[in-house]
Design a protein around this ligand. Structure first.
Ligand code: AMP
Length: 215
């Protein structure tokens, strides 16, 4: 399974990618996670990326394309992968096609998770992630059973991402519309686009994604 999850910030790509990863045994590759790790480690790459991330802008194509090129060399991607948050521009999509063509492993599908624009802000401001196991919550829609405690691993640090604040969110949504949404027609033209309704419970959305992938 080699797929791309497409969708606006807050559409649930990360949540669904983790479910697919657990079920299919293929890695979730999130450029956002890779970049946040580079920033936290204080690497040269992280220092180059940080200003763009704080502003909700896209990090330069050469940085993220290079990261994906390296990541796809890891043997755990042999059975496939779920790309989450990459590609985000037409240049990135074209670079990905080129890389996969060279490997003789073309993309199977791009799955667009469709969420009404008005619902995205609340989904982003309410988002929390367990710093120990990565389980995601939303304080408005899917809170942990005990506030502040992870249901899955019982860790007591559910973090709010620095760029999930209202000022940065509106820029991220604008950047999505301007630079990433054109990928919907990019993959439609390749006959690889599947669109699923991203509203409702995560389990219901997951069922829709599996249905779309089986077609
Ligand atoms: P995410 O976790 O996917 O929402 O990404 C967080 C931030 O990382 C984005 O707002 C961008 O600044 C940066 N980022 C993640 N993936 C990419 C990408 N494919 N291209 C450029 N910037 C990215």
């Amino acid at each position: 399974m080699r797929i791309v999850l497409l969708g606006a910030p807050g559409s649930g790509k990360g949540t669904q990618a983790k479910k697919l990863m657990d079920a299919q045994g293929v890695p979730q590759i999130s450029t956002g996670d890779l970049l946040r790790a580079a920033v936290a480690a204080g690497s040269a790459l992280g220092r180059r990326a940080k200003a763009a991330m704080d502003a909700g802008e896209l990090v330069a194509d050469d940085i993220v394309i290079g990261m994906i090129r390296e990541r796809l060399k890891e043997p755990d991607t042999d059975p496939g992968f779920i790309l989450d948050g990459f590609p985000r521009s037409t240049a990135q999509a074209a670079a990905l096609d080129e890389m996969l063509e060279a490997l003789g492993q073309p993309l199977d599908k791009a799955v667009l998770i469709n969420v009404a624009f008005d619902n995205l802000v609340k989904r982003l401001t309410g988002r929390r992630t367990c710093t120990a196991c990565g389980q995601m919550y939303n304080v408005y829609f899917s809170p942990p059973k005990v506030p502040g405690i992870c249901d899955r691993c019982k860790h007591d640090d559910l973090a709010h991402r620095a760029d999930d604040n209202e000022a940065t969110i509106s820029n991220r949504l604008q950047v999505y519309q301007d630079q990433t949404e054109p990928l919907v027609s990019y993959y439609r033209d390749q006959d690889k686009l599947a669109t699923v309704d991203g509203e409702g419970e995560p389990e219901a959305i997951y069922a829709r994604i599996n249905e779309a992938l089986s077609q």
